[in-house]
Ligand binder design. Sequence first.
Ligand code: SF4
Length: 365
Amino acid sequence: MPTVKEPPFPRKRTRRIMVGDVPVGGGAPVSVQSMTTTKTHDIGATLQQIAELTAAGCDIVRVACPTDKDAEALPVIARQSTIPVIADIHFQPRYVFQAIEAGCGAVRVNPGNIRRFDDQIEAITKAARDHGTSLRIGVNAGSLDRRMYQKFGGPTAEALVESAVWEASLFEQYDFHDFKISVKHHDVPTMIKAYELLSERGDWPLHLGVTEAGPAFQGTIKSATAFGALLRSGIGDTIRVSLSAPPVEEVKVGIQILRSLGLRERSLEIVSCPSCGRAQVDVYTLAENVTEGLKDLTVPLRVAVMGCVVNGPGEAREADLGVASGNGKGQIFIRGEVVDTVPEDQIVETLIRRANLLAEEMGLE
Ligand code: SF4
């Protein structure tokens, strides 16, 4: 997990649990999760998707487990996955035991339907403890416990929190503490409020998520807004961006949110100006071509593409490498100093060449 040495702002101290070999809470780096979209019992397809998620930087993966066939596939998936697997269990208590015995890193249970096995909580805590498996108590506005729904008149932030705290107490009565909690809601202000309230009630590690966030564009904005507000307040130990899009996109967005907050080491970052009446070049095309040309560079390099020489250098002073365009030329500058001036049609190739040289100098390519 490429992470920063020191987070740029204080994080709330939560207790630490382990999801397989990934620490969650207690100052551990904020991990990024996603969930497979394959039928879990299609072991080949599921492992293939897990491999793609792993390559994208996913730290922990969750798989659905709605049928016997899915539960039976868990041992192979848990063994062959290179990142910890969380089994997502609803309704069927016996799948919880199967997932624990399969070697899953964690099991997600939902208080909205866990009442059916209240009397099995003690056995679950024993099995989880014996196998070193953690749990996630996943409260969700869409499947809120009916008693809470009635008491609070709907899935309010207070209702989600009450449900989570009650569920936590069921496990805590058996001195079991290896669980994290999520209180997901589709409405960003309600979701933020729920996590803030929950964070005041205990030191549980928290899994952040906006449920049913929507298609990629809307879901990205909702997740970035919600996670940004909470993480900046120090709340949140692991995140899952939910998108109606391929899960690899969820991972990319999650990592980018953490990088934007300074919680992950940055990689290549293209900074381009929005363009304005002063622009003397097509900034959008230039930025696109530079992005495409540098897409394989994985070094923490900030490259600025600016539309004019009036404000460009000043606006990009913090960049490692940049261009400010004007009069058919591009001023190339490195860390604020002009190092070259090239014709406009050579800007892209010059930036790519200079970026690769910088990467070599940094010894990181
Ligand atoms: Fe406008 Fe120049 Fe700033 Fe780009 S760099 S937004 S063109 S002033």
